[in-house]
Design a protein around this ligand. Structure first.
Ligand SMILES: [Mn+2]
Length: 252
């Protein structure tokens, strides 16, 4: 009998991005990962952009991902607590996952304390300096009016344009993000700023699509969860330490 004592963090699966075969292969890999953590996960934090596009109509949800959703339900049925963060690609997650599997939907940041360690968790979009146009757009996309209008479009059309739009992103074309000097990393700037007024041991984000583990101050780290097209990266907290790890790591 194993005990559930670990916290797992992952983001940016971008399910649905790329060719169907490609997305299915990624879905299978994620399922193998979920199987591997099934026995010892106490809490699972899926931190945004799980889907390349998602919209919940009042009575209907998008096609696909049945194996992934079934596996998630298996975990929650077995007692794993699931947190589902809205990303910039799947900000239109409403109450379906909450109703189906008791997931807690997180719209912005989540601050938690576990075993005396403090965590700041956020998908990572629209934080830090700059990016003002996106911040404006995000406010509009997240508004009730925008969601109401989108729901009025026929799904073949509405989801059609959304899929067309997201098929042009860098990640959909399997491109890796490039490293930048730390002073140019906007989430590093955000962490430094946040740490002026609050203490956290770990500040964890997705969105950057690069696995990063950066010491911000002697006692605080910024972790970026990377993505699952090129890296299969995730973080695990065993009650004492947080580690950035790679599932089925391939060289190069
Ligand atoms: Mn993303």
């Amino acid at each position: 009998m194993s005990t559930r004592n670990k916290l797992y963090f992952a983001s940016d699966f971008h399910l649905g991005a790329g060719a169907l075969a490609n997305s299915r292969e990624r879905e299978d890999r994620i399922i193998r990962w979920l199987d591997s953590i099934k026995a010892d996960a106490a809490e699972l934090f899926l931190m945004g952009d799980v889907f390349d596009f998602w919209f919940e109509y009042k009575t209907v949800v998008p096609r696909g991902y049945i194996r992934f959703l079934g596996k998630l339900a298996q975990l929650t049925d077995a007692g794993v607590k699931l947190y589902f963060f809205k990303g910039n690609h799947d900000m239109w997650v409403f109450d379906y996952f909450e109703k189906e599997m008791g997931a807690t939907i997180i719209s912005n940041e989540l601050k938690i304390e576990r075993n005396g360690k403090k965590f700041f968790l956020h998908h990572g979009d629209g934080l830090g300096p700059g990016d003002n146009f996106y911040k404006l757009l995000k406010n509009f996309f997240r508004s009730g009016l925008c969601q109401w209008l989108f729901a009025r479009l026929h799904p073949n059309f509405g989801v059609g344009i959304a899929n067309y739009w997201s098929s042009h992103s860098r990640i959909a074309n399997s491109k890796k993000e490039n490293h930048k000097p730390h002073e140019q990393e906007w989430l590093v700037a955000f962490c430094k700023d946040e740490l002026k007024t609050n203490f956290y041991d770990y500040l964890i984000f997705g969105h950057r699509h690069l696995p990063l583990d950066i010491q911000i101050t002697p006692n605080s780290r910024y972790i970026n969860l990377g993505e699952w097209i090129n890296y299969n990266s995730y973080a695990v907290f065993d009650g004492e330490a947080l580690k950035l790890e790679y599932f089925e790591k391939v060289d190069g």
